[in-house]
Design a binder for this molecule. Structure first.
Ligand code: ARG
Ligand code: ASP
Length: 740
C-alpha cells in the first residue's frame, strides 16, 4: 500500500505538468499538447502550427545565423529578430562617424538595405521521425563504440533515402540522449540584409545592468530582410536578388496582452539539461558555475575600466563585453535559483523514489550510484577544463584565439597538406580582418596577466604551462611582467605583422608561426591540457553520456504516463504558457507588463546604459503613441513576461497569441528563473518579451519608418473575438482560473 501511495505521489507531481514547462517537437503537438494548449486558451489547432501539407506558423519561423530565432512579418521577406541578435551586423556597419549602434539605422528604401555576407536564414521544411531506421540493428549488448558506429552508418543511409531538392539540406539529430532520432529538411537563405535597428538607448536600454532582469524596459528588436533568387530560392548575396516571398508570415496583433493570456513561443532553443542526476547539478552549483563566474568577473572588471574611459574602446569592445557578461550574470542567477527552489534535494528525493520503483534485479537500480562514481572520477578534470576553456577559449584572453587559429593551421598542414592549409588560411585572414578592427592589445595584456595568475594559483602545477606556474608562495611571479614580455615579443597582437607572417607558401608560414613565442607558449599549454586533462575527462564523460541515455530510457519506461519533452538541441520547438506575474522574494510581486513610464523612471541623462534620446522623451511628453497605446490605460507598453520555457537561442522567437498572431518578441528570462535550463520551476521561471506594440511604435512614431508598417498585417483579434458574449464569459473564467 505504502509503495502504491509513493508511486501515486510521484506520478501526481510529475503529471501536474505545470503550465509552461516543456520544449516540444512541433510534429507531436497534436498527440501530446493540443488539448492542453486549447485548455489554456489557444484557438488554433496543432495543424495550424505545424503542417507539411499547407502553409502553417512554422513557415514563418526562421533560424537566424544558426544562433538566434527570427520570424517573417511581411509578404516581402521582412524578418524580425532581437537587437542583440543583429548586434554583430549592426556593429560591423558602424563607425565613429556612422554610428548605427548609437543612432540607430533605418533603410529608407530597399536599395538602402545593408548586405551581411555570411549571415544565413534557415527554414525547416519538414521534420521526420527516423528513430527506427537510426537504431536498426542496435542492441543493448553492444558496447558504446559499436553502437555509435552502427548508428553512424544508419544515419548515412537515412540521408541517402530521403528525397531532397538541390537547395535543401538534411540534418539528423539525436533526442532524449540518443533514444530517438529526427531528421530535419532545411532550406538556408544566404542573402539577409539589415533593414532597421533602433538606437542602443532603446534596443539595449539598461544594457548589462538590466540584462536578465525583470522589470525590464528594453526595445530589443531589429529588422532584416531575406533576399532570394528570381525563383524565390536561396542565392548568393547579389544586387540582382529580390525579396523572398514566404509561404506564411505572422500578422501582428495590436490588442496587447493581459495576465492569464495564452502565449506560444516558437523557435530554436540551444541547450538544456533537464534530466541530469542530482550529483551533476550539485557539481554545477558548487564548483563549475562559481569558478566560471569568478574568471569572467576578473576579465570584465578590466575591460569595463577601459570601456568607461574611452568612447572608441567602448564601441570596439561593446559586443565582446556583452557576450562575456551575459553568461557571467546568467550563472549567478542560475545557482541562486537552484538553491532557492531546493533543486538538488528535490532531485535526490525523486531519485530515491525512482530506484524504489525498479524491481530487484533491474540494473536501473544501480544507475544513480554509477552516476555518483563517474562524476566523482571526472571531477578533478572537469575543474581544470572549466578554467582552461574559459581562459583560453578566445573570449577572455583574445591572444589565445589567434594562437588557436595558428595551431589549427599548422595541424592542417601536417595532416592534410598545403592545399587544405591555403584554403583555411584564406578563411583565417578574413576573420582576422574583423578581429583586429576590435582588438586592443593593452587591454588583452592586462587580462592575460590577471587570468594567467588566477590559473596558476587555482590549478595544480602539473596542468599548468611552466611559464606561468606559480612555483611557490615565496617565489611569487610577477604576472604583469610575464605578460608584458610575451605581448611585446609576439607578432600575433599586431595585424600587419601577422599578415606579413602569413605571406608565402605553407611550409614557410608554418615555420614562422611555430617560431612565435605566443605560439610556443600556447602549444605547451594545450599539450599539457590535452594529454593530462582532456583525455581522462573525455573518457569519463563518454561513460556519463552513455549512462545518461540509459537513465533517460529508464525514466521513460518507469513513467509511461508522463509526457516527456527532449532537451533543447538547437532544433525547432514550441513552448507555451501564459502571461503571468511572479514573486521573486517574500512579499514582493512583479506584475507582468512594463510601460514607457518605467523607461523614464530609469532614465539617467548621459549614462551609457540608461540614457534616453530627445525624440523618445518628446513622444513620451506628448503621449504621442499613435494607435499603439494600451487601449485600457492609455499607456505605452514596453515588455511583458510569461511562463514559456525558453533558453539561449530562443532570442528573437515570436510570442504568438491564441489566434496565431505576433504579440511580442522573446529576448530574455527573469534572473531568478535562469535555472530553467536545468530545472524548470513554474513559480519563478519567466521569459521576457518586447511588446509588439512597442516595436510598432518605435518603427512608426519614433523612426518615422511607416513604409515598413505598411508591409505588415496589423490585426485586432480581441476586438473581433469579444463581440461574442459567450466567448467573453469563457475568457473571464479562464482568467480567474489562471489567477488562482
Ligand atoms: N540575456 C539575453 C540572452 O541570453 C540577452 C543578452 C544580450 N544582452 C546583453 N546585455 N548582454 O541572450
Ligand atoms: N537571451 C537569450 C538568447 O539570446 C534567451 C534566453 O536565454 O532566455 O537566446
Amino acid at each position: 500500500m505504502k509503495h502504491i501511495l509513493i508511486t501515486l505521489s510521484i506520478l501526481l507531481t510529475l503529471q501536474a505538468a505545470k503550465a509552461g514547462e516543456g520544449m516540444w517537437l512541433p510534429l507531436f503537438l497534436k498527440s501530446l499538447n493540443e488539448a492542453e494548449m486549447q485548455e489554456l486558451g489557444m484557438k488554433i489547432t496543432a495543424e495550424d502550427i505545424y503542417s507539411v501539407n499547407k502553409g502553417s506558423l512554422k513557415d514563418a519561423i526562421v533560424h537566424f545565423g544558426g544562433f538566434c530565432t527570427s520570424e517573417l512579418i511581411s509578404g516581402s521577406g521582412l524578418l524580425l529578430t532581437n537587437h542583440h541578435c543583429g548586434y554583430g551586423q549592426i556593429q560591423s556597419h558602424s563607425s565613429l562617424d556612422n554610428n548605427y549602434l548609437k543612432n540607430g539605422f533605418w533603410a529608407q528604401s530597399k536599395a538602402d538595405e545593408l548586405m551581411n555576407p555570411g549571415l544565413t536564414a534557415t527554414m525547416i521544411n519538414e521534420i521526420v521521425d527516423v528513430t527506427a531506421q537510426a537504431l536498426e540493428g542496435v542492441t543493448d549488448k553492444m558496447g558504446v563504440e559499436e553502437r555509435e558506429a552502427t548508428i553512424k552508418l544508419n544515419i548515412e543511409s537515412i540521408r541517402n533515402s530521403l528525397v531532397v531538392a538541390s537547395h535543401q539540406a538534411i540534418e539528423v539529430r539525436p533526442f532524449f540522449n540518443g533514444n530517438q532520432y529526427f531528421a530535419f529538411l532545411t532550406t538556408t537563405y544566404r542573402d539577409v540584409r539589415l533593414v532597421g535597428a533602433p538606437p542602443e538607448s532603446i534596443g539595449k536600454f539598461g544594457a548589462d545592468t538590466d540584462n536578465w532582469v525583470w522589470p525590464r524596459h528594453t526595445g530589443d528588436f531589429s529588422l532584416f530582410r531575406i533576399y532570394a533568387g528570381p525563383d524565390n530560392l536561396p542565392a548568393d548575396p547579389s544586387e540582382e536578388n529580390i525579396p523572398y516571398e514566404p509561404k506564411h508570415f505572422l500578422p501582428i496583433s495590436t490588442d496587447g496582452v493581459a495576465e492569464g493570456d495564452f502565449t506560444l513561443v516558437f523557435g530554436f532553443p540551444g541547450r538544456t539539461q533537464q534530466y541530469l542526476p542530482a550529483v551533476a547539478v550539485e557539481e554545477i552549483i558548487e564548483v563549475s558555475d562559481p569558478n566560471k563566474i569568478a574568471i569572467r568577473e576578473k576579465a570584465l572588471n578590466i575591460i569595463d575600466k577601459y570601456m568607461r574611459s574611452d568612447e572608441e574602446t567602448r564601441i570596439k569592445y561593446a559586443s565582446k563585453f556583452a557576450s562575456v557578461a551575459n553568461y557571467w550574470k546568467k550563472w549567478i542567477g542560475e545557482t541562486t535559483g537552484l538553491k532557492k527552489t531546493g533543486a538538488i534535494s528535490k532531485k535526490q528525493k525523486f531519485e530515491k523514489e525512482f530506484v524504489s520503483m525498479q524491481t530487484k534485479d533491474n540494473p536501473a537500480r544501480n544507475i544513480l550510484g554509477e552516476f555518483d562514481a563517474l562524476y566523482a572520477q571526472r571531477a578533478p578534470y572537469a575543474y581544470v577544463r572549466d578554467y582552461y576553456g574559459e581562459i583560453t577559449g578566445g573570449r577572455i584572453v583574445e591572444l589565445m584565439r589567434v594562437v588557436g587559429l595558428a595551431q589549427r593551421m599548422t595541424e592542417l598542414y601536417e595532416t592534410r597538406g598545403a592545399e587544405a592549409f591555403d584554403n583555411f588560411k584564406g578563411r583565417v585572414m578574413g576573420f582576422l580582418e574583423g578581429f583586429y578592427k576590435n582588438y586592443d592589445p593593452a587591454i588583452d595584456q592586462e587580462v592575460f596577466a590577471a587570468l594567467s595568475e588566477m590559473y596558476a594559483r587555482n590549478v595544480e602545477a602539473k596542468y599548468t604551462p611552466e611559464m606561468i606556474q606559480d612555483l611557490s608562495p615565496a617565489a611569487e611571479k610577477n604576472y604583469g611582467i610575464i605578460a608584458m614580455k610575451l605581448y611585446s615579443e609576439t607578432a600575433f597582437v599586431d595585424k600587419d605583422k601577422v599578415f606579413e607572417m602569413l605571406e608565402g607558401d605553407a611550409e614557410e608560414v608554418v615555420a614562422r608561426l611555430q617560431a612565435d613565442p605566443a605560439y610556443a607558449f600556447g602549444a605547451e599549454w594545450k599539450n599539457t591540457y590535452d594529454t593530462k586533462v582532456l583525455e581522462p575527462y573525455d573518457n569519463y564523460n563518454f561513460k556519463i553520456d552513455s549512462l545518461q541515455r540509459i537513465y533517460m530510457n529508464a525514466l521513460m519506461t518507469t513513467f509511461p504516463e508522463k509526457r516527456f519533452y527532449p532537451d533543447a538541441n538547437s532544433t525547432m520547438r514550441v513552448t507555451y504558457g501564459q502571461v503571468k506575474s511572479y514573486n521573486p522574494s517574500d512579499a514582493v510581486t512583479y506584475s507582468p507588463v512594463t510601460y514607457l513610464d518605467g523607461v523614464m523612471e530609469k532614465y539617467k541623462p548621459g549614462d551609457y546604459e540608461f540614457d534616453v534620446d530627445e525624440k523618445l522623451l518628446e513622444l513620451y511628453d506628448n503621449k504621442d503613441y499613435g494607435n499603439y497605446a494600451d487601449r485600457e490605460n492609455g499607456k505605452m507598453p514596453v515588455c511583458f513576461i510569461g511562463t514559456n520555457h525558453t533558453t539561449g537561442g530562443n532570442s528573437g522567437s515570436p510570442a504568438i497569441d491564441a489566434h496565431g498572431n505576433l504579440i511580442g518578441l522573446n529576448f530574455d528570462r527573469a534572473w531568478e528563473g535562469t535555472m530553467s535550463d536545468l530545472n524548470y520551476d513554474a513559480s519563478i521561471c519567466r521569459n521576457i518579451m518586447v511588446d509588439a506594440r512597442y516595436i510598432l511604435f518605435v518603427i512608426d512614431k519614433y523612426a518615422g519608418a511607416g513604409h515598413l508598417i505598411e508591409e505588415m498585417r496589423l490585426v485586432r483579434p480581441k476586438l473581433e473575438y469579444t463581440r461574442n458574449p459567450k466567448d467573453e464569459i469563457k475568457i473571464q473564467r479562464r482568467k480567474r482560473k489562471a489567477n488562482r
